[in-house]
Design a binder for this molecule. Sequence first.
Ligand SMILES: *[C@@H]1O[C@H](CO)[C@@H](O)[C@H](O)[C@H]1NC(C)=O
Ligand SMILES: *[C@@H]1O[C@H](CO)[C@@H](O)[C@H](O)[C@H]1NC(C)=O
Ligand SMILES: *[C@@H]1O[C@H](CO)[C@@H](O)[C@H](O)[C@H]1NC(C)=O
Length: 377
Amino acid sequence: MGSYKFIFFATLTIQCVFAAKNCNFPAIFNFGDSNSDTGGLAASFGPIPSPSGETFFHSPQGRDCDGRLVIDFIAQSLGLPFVHPYLDSIGANFTRGANFATAGSTIRRQNTTFFQTGYSPFSMDVQSWQYDQFVNRSLSTKNAVFKELLPTADSISNGLYTIDVGQNDLTSAYVQGMTTEQVMAEVPDMIKKLVIVIQNIYWNGGRSFWIHNTGPFGCLPYVLDRFPLTAAEVDKFGCGSTFNSVAQYYNKKLKEAVVQLRKQFPLASFTYVDIYSVKFAVITKASELGFEHPLMACCGHGGKYNFNIKWGCGYTYWIHGKPVQVAKSCKDPSVRVNWDGYHFTEAANKWIFNQIVNGAYSDPPTPISQACSAKDS
Ligand SMILES: *[C@@H]1O[C@H](CO)[C@@H](O)[C@H](O)[C@H]1NC(C)=O
Ligand SMILES: *[C@@H]1O[C@H](CO)[C@@H](O)[C@H](O)[C@H]1NC(C)=O
Ligand SMILES: *[C@@H]1O[C@H](CO)[C@@H](O)[C@H](O)[C@H]1NC(C)=O
């Protein structure tokens, strides 16, 4: 009986493998915050200083990282070029997609400016309007020059739509002085506004959605430095457990919203990716995985977390006409988890990507290369 069951199960597995089809995504359209900003904020507000980019690009490339982000590993794994920032108006080729994400983006429009609090003016509603115009212009252009630089209708509908956002809405609520209860009470509105953006993408033709949940921001140096915690609020890894519970609450609501979206749009494919668990693992199992000092910024200056909000990664002052960089890279970013107090290193991003690429953290457990809508398979 046991062996019969085993054979039956094995056959099923083989059938699944044969049935699964590669989507051959022609493009990637990405939305979100600095976790996936490939140069949008930099195109608008000025470049990110060296040593960003040092590991992979060998020069700053608009990413808050020493190298590639998860979205870059996704693009490479799908055989596509790095996703070009929509806001980068010089020399951009959008035939294989566009990236609307900017560092500091929130889902909800903030009531403060970038200059006051650093949150990006390109909140998800604005990214969604940019996308509307982008689609309209891509479809209506009659000029051959632009046709060579913009996606076709086929790429727009068969492209992969990746979304990674949420963390900044939660932290901005704390920055405003809200209590945890108040922050949690805002979460349904955050999710509601995110759902509107996803629905809008659907109405524009998008069908394949790959949605990351939000990470354990309670383990990030900038949060730990800004909001000193009592012993009761710190877990055994040194992370702010209350902040992480809020992230998990947000993720629970996001997952519920994804279930509703599947009901509303049966022709589309929605993959919910639990990147929270992967990020939490790389921090809490750092030494097992060959990483060091997971709660410390590699590139920063001073303090318990090698992080100082005034002297961020790359901060340089001039003395007697000579530059003095006070926030430099650590010796070996390849063994570090956190790059600049806010973001993961390329090495951590690569590890995170390797965990999620085959669907092990996804609902449904679909590899990214197969995460397209059923109508095409
Ligand atoms: C901005 O202010 C309005 C009016 O007070 C409020 O309803 C809204 O929630 C605020 N937005 C954020 C992100 O705090
Ligand atoms: C896009 O085109 C449609 C149809 O022509 C129009 O109704 C809509 O207002 C346009 N949207 C934008 C953002 O230009
Ligand atoms: C834009 O990129 C596509 C795909 O990589 C390529 O086929 C096309 O020639 C490029 N267009 C221009 C004008 O370089």
